[in-house]
Design a protein around this ligand. Structure first.
Ligand code: CTP
Length: 399
């Protein structure tokens, strides 16, 4: 299946520190996201991890020696340097950083880095004293001044036994930064308020009414927005997902809590996306203590929750307002009605009866409706990809 980084050329440079073994996991994350990954290893890196590992994971030959530079395959690697969309060095040793800062190109990796015009992302990893050495810090500043992206090492126990800053940043964090560098920054500076997940409406401390929303679609949107440069506030009902890095996350439970959080943040937002599956009703009485079971049936009286989106639609000003519609029948008719009645700019309708769409699925198949245009049916795709497809379309409404 087409994936989020499909068709993107990434050079993964690996230099020689103990963290070199972690490059295998990073390569896997990039490949899994669809990137065409070409690894370049220094001689020292090969003391820590075999090229075969990276070659197997990336399904591409690993460039190791400058002295093969002139045979056909290695010339291919120089042309790769030109074609690369991104160059990552993870881990980057003090030596590797020093060479790049000084413009030394004496091995395959430093030569490829010199030859590429792609953005460069460097993830340093070294002993704490080396990291704090003024020469290394100056080299880092030099590189930053030239527009090189640095992902700072983490603090913790180091392989040498010392404690301090020097551990390679988390692979997920490197991957996220890489993905953001590969994305258009078309939401740069746009403040977005996003809601996701279900709400819970408690009857008593042990029981609640809810729905099967997993929050996946909303969280994919949050991540895609973050990658594309937006400032995201994510108001989320209870889900089993980690909020994406760099996103301001507000955890809520009930529809009324969600409404209060939205109220606090809607004013500053330029774009509001309501992907949450809000419960329309709550028990009229919420008991402070657990209700004991009794013989015979139990009747619970429900009362209406506020319609958060409709409330926003009534006073949206120049904001762009996007809703979702979860439907089981007459999808377009119902979604159109919500688009008009809630005064939205766009509504994304999905058929929650389909096994490959809706609440808990990793994929989704939606129809996008905007005022005044024909409904656009999108093919079934991963929620990750769909998030970007939705953002491509919202982008047109922002201008
Ligand atoms: N929504 C909301 N507040 C509610 C109910 C829904 O903000 N109390 C928002 C949802 O986040 C979604 C959109 O309204 O973006 C449509 O939600 P949906 O559940 O599909 O429809 P409802 O408006 O609740 O209508 P119905 O349940 O009758 O289909």
């Amino acid at each position: 299946m087409h994936n989020i980084l499909s068709g993107r050329n990434v050079i993964l440079g690996v230099s020689g520190g103990i963290a070199a073994y972690k490059a295998a996991e990073l390569a896997r994350l990039l490949v899994r996201a669809g990137a065409d990954v070409h690894c370049v290893m220094t001689a020292a890196a090969r003391e820590f991890i075999g090229p075969l590992t990276l070659q197997t994971l990336t399904k591409n030959p690993v460039a190791i020696s400058l002295f093969n530079l002139w045979d056909e395959r290695e010339i291919g690697h120089i042309s790769l340097a030109e074609r690369a969309d991104l160059c990552i060095i993870a881990p980057a040793t003090a030596n590797c950083i020093g060479k790049i800062a000084l413009g030394i190109a004496d091995d395959m990796l430093s030569t490829v880095v010199m030859a590429t015009r792609a953005p460069l992302l460097i993830a340093p990893a070294m002993n704490v004293n080396m990291w704090n050495n003024p020469a290394v810090q100056e080299n880092i500043r030099t590189l930053q001044g030239r527009g090189v992206h640095i992902i700072d090492p983490e603090c913790g126990e180091l392989a040498c036994g010392a404690e301090g800053t020097g551990r390679l940043a988390d692979n997920e964090a490197i991957f996220e930064r890489a993905a953001a560098l590969l994305c258009p920054q078309d939401y740069s500076g746009v403040k977005v308020l996003l809601t996701a997940g279900p709400t819970r409406e408690f009857l008593d401390p042990a029981r609640f009414l809810s729905n099967p929303s997993s929050g996946k679609m909303g969280y994919c949107l949050a991540r895609a927005l973050q990658w594309r440069g937006a400032e995201v506030t994510l108001v989320s009902g209870p889900v089993a997902l980690q909020p994406p890095r760099g996103v301001a996350h507000i955890a809520v439970a009930s529809a009324r809590e969600m409404a209060a959080a939205v109220e606090q943040h809607y004013e500053q937002a330029r774009l509001i996306i309501k992907a949450a599956a809000v419960a329309d009703y709550r028990p009229r009485v919420q008991l402070p203590r657990k209700q004991k079971k009794q013989a015979g049936p139990l009747t619970v009286e429900l009362e209406r929750n506020p319609d958060i989106l409709a409330g926003l639609g009534a006073r949206k000003g120049s904001r762009v307002l996007v809703g979702f519609a979860a439907e089981t029948d007459d999808i377009i008719t119902h979604a159109k009605k919500k688009l008009t009645e809630k005064n939205l700019d766009m509504i994304i309708a999905n058929d929650i009866n389909r096994p490959d769409a809706g609440f808990e699925s990793d994929t989704n198949q939606v129809c996008i409706l905007t005022a005044g245009s024909e409904p656009e049916h999108l093919p079934c795709m991963s929620k990750d990809l769909l998030a970007h497809a939705i953002l491509d379309r919202i982008q047109k409404l922002l201008h």
